[in-house]
Design a protein around this ligand. Sequence first.
Ligand SMILES: Cc1ncc(COP(=O)(O)O)c(C=O)c1O
Length: 412
Amino acid sequence: MSISIVTGDGKRSSERAEAFGDRLASRTAGMKASVLREILKVASQPGVISLAGGLPAPESFPVDFMPELIAKVLKKYGPAVFQYGPTEGFPPFREILAGYLAERGVKATADEVIVTTGSQQMLDTLGKVLISPGDKVAVESPTYLGALAAFNPYQPNYVAIDSDDDGVIPESLEEILAAGSVKFVYLIPNFQNPSGRTIPADRRKAIAKSVIRYNALLIEDDPYRALRYEGNHLPTIWSMAPDNVVHAGTMSKVLSPGLRLGFSVAPALIRRWMVLAKQGIDLHTSSFDQALAAEYIAEGYLERHLPRIVDLYRPRLRAMLDSLEEFFPDSFSWSKPQGGMFVWATGPEGLDTDKLYAKAIERKVAYVPGQYFFSSPGVGKNTMRLNFSNVGEEAIKTGIKTLAWLMAEASS
Ligand SMILES: Cc1ncc(COP(=O)(O)O)c(C=O)c1O
């Protein structure tokens, strides 16, 4: 079986020749068809064990108590949830979020919270209001592919911050900021997508100090914080540098990604511009969905439901780490996260996980080749992202065993 993954560049030349190809805006040059989407299409074929996607488990969704929650929302808010609403967000949801965020040390008033259509939209609005073509944006190495996709149309130049097993190396960030002219820094502090890494407390302090020293702007994208299966929560970078940080979270991992609810707290000027940008995109995020999420938090559903999600994912992470330990070749190393949805594996130099992907699919297992998560081409060819949230323990074991065999064969 052969798989063809259509990259943006491959598509572009044929599209130029197509009808209306000459009408595309110049900014589309920076946009690529998401390789991940193509990979996921292949990964979702029947019978494939997909360690590729980043999907929450369907069993984690609030199907059982949703009718009750909907009834409560209708009774409490009536027709207001079907009306147009403020761009900043449904006021009761913003009120609840202010309390929710305070628990992580993000002390903001309801007026300072903006609701977006997923945290993905927060990334787009920030790209839109901050990035002019050629501006420098500092990102982790590797980083979230969706952030690169959100920023790319605004044509930034990425600067990769050096990272190790504990995430970004503060000295590298300091050096980049000292060199000047970085528009903003983009970080995922907890159980990073794709690497699963978490930035330890002392590094967070050093990062906060650097951004204050250089008056830099930092986006702290924190979707996985609540998915902690071991250990203690760490302080947010926002709590140490509130005037320099946009802190963003999402309901996607603790309620449902399909509802598309993200939220952020940003310095006042940035917030005003994000709201202006959002007005032009979708006027506001679904009022009904925001009301559902408000009640989900306020009425204690989240508090009762989150432990169920954690109990579902904890053994899956364990199964993945144990299987890697048992089956993977010694020439590999991998991250050992205490939460989130991803483990990151690194093979020997010379291994090309992208080339091996087709072979893995033939054997009915999917992963994401790691190179797509790097802002610079040619980096990370020997890496891969493995998701454990959307597959049961037995399938994880089978999948890792199969990959181990393939990797051993390829690296021998
Ligand atoms: C780091 C990161 N940021 C943002 C998002 C987008 O999440 P949302 O569903 O809130 O748009 C994701 C989704 O996987 C993510 O991993």
